[in-house]
Ligand binder design. Sequence first.
Ligand code: ZN
Ligand code: ZN
Length: 395
Amino acid sequence: MNRVKELAEKYFDYAVSMRREFHRHPEPSMKEERTCSRIIEELESLGLKPKKAAGTGVVCEIKGTKKVKSSKTAALRADMDALELEEKNEVDYKSENDGLMHGCGHDGHTASLLTAAKILNDLKAEFAGTVKLIFQPGEEIAVGAKTMVKEGVVKDVDAIFGIHIWNDLESGKISVEAGPRMAAVNQFIINIQGEGGHGSMPHQGVDPIMAGAAVVMNLQTIVSREFDPMEPAVLSVDIFNSGSKGNVLPDSSYLEGTTRCFSREINHDFEGIIARVAQETAASYRAEVELEYNKMTLPLINDQEISATAKKAAAEVSGQGSIVKLDKTTGGEDFSFFAAEVPAAFAFVGSRNEAKGADAPHHHPEFNIDEEALKTASGLYAQFALDFLNEGEVE
Ligand SMILES: [Zn+2]
Ligand SMILES: [Zn+2]
C-alpha cells in the first residue's frame, strides 16, 4: 500500500477530531485567533517551528532529509476562516459561536493540512527540499492571500497546491484540471448624480432613476457586444436604490453589482469599459457618474504541469477512478493571488454524500461534509508535495 495512503488512514481520527474542534469554534475572517494558536500548538507538538503571517495566518516549513541535490520548495495552502451564518445542523460539534459557522469547509481544509503535516513529518527521509505549509486567514473576504503575497510568503516557492472540499462533487471523487477553474470576482459601485425636483415637473431637474435604468440596460451590452463570445463573463447589477417619495424627483441613484470572468485580458478590460458605458450613458441624460471598482479575486488558472503532478498524486492516493472532470465555476477563490505569483494547481475534493446528510450547498446553514473527504484531502496534500519535490531528481 502507498505510504501516504497508509498514514492518511492512520491519522484519520486525528483529522476528524481537529475538523470538529475547528467547526465548534468558528472565527470571522482575519480574526482567527483561536484557530491560529491551535495550529501553532499542533505544529510545535511535531517539533516544527511555525511562524505567524498576515495577522492570524501561520506558515511552517518541513525540511526533507533525503540526500539529493535538489532544493525545491512546494507550498500547500489551507484557508481557516468561517462565515457569518447561523448554523442549523444538529450535531454534537455544532458551532458554539453565535452567528458564525464553518459553512464553506475551511475547518476541513485546516484539519487536512495539519494531518498532512503529520504525514510529511513521518516521511521526511523520503524527500529533499522544503514543504511550506500555509494556513491562510481571511479567504471569504479575499484579504488573506493578497496580504500573504505582499509579505513575501510565496517568494521562495516553486509550486503551490490548494484544495477545496466540494459538495458539488461526490465524496471519493477529485477534480484537478489545467486551465481556468474559478472566476475573477469584482465589485462595482456606480453613484449617479442628477438634480432633484418635483415629480410633476421633471424637466426642471435631472432624473437619476432614468439615467440609472439606462445604465443598467447598457451595461448588459458589454458581455454580449464587447467580449469574445467564446469567453464566458457575467455582469450583474444586484442593487439599484433611489428615491424616497412618490412625487419627489430624487437627486441621485445607487447601483452595485458584480462581474465574473475567467480570462486575464477581460478581467483587465472590464473596469474601463464599465466606466465608459456608465459615464456616456448617464451623460446623455445630463447626469454624472462616479465609479468605484474593487478587484476581489483574480481568475484562478491551474498551471499545466503542476496540475499534471497533482492529478498523478490524486491517482496514487485515491485511484485512477476517483479522478473526474468538473466544470469551472463562477465562484471566486483568493488562492488566485498565489496562483498569479507561482505555478499552481487547485483541486476540488468531493465531500457530497446524501446518505450521510452531506448534500447542502456551500454557505448554507445546513452545510456539512462527508468526513471521508478529510482522508482524501490530507493524503492528496502530502502526496503532491512528495511527488513535486521528487520529480526529475537524480540520486
Ligand atoms: Zn466560501
Ligand atoms: Zn471556501
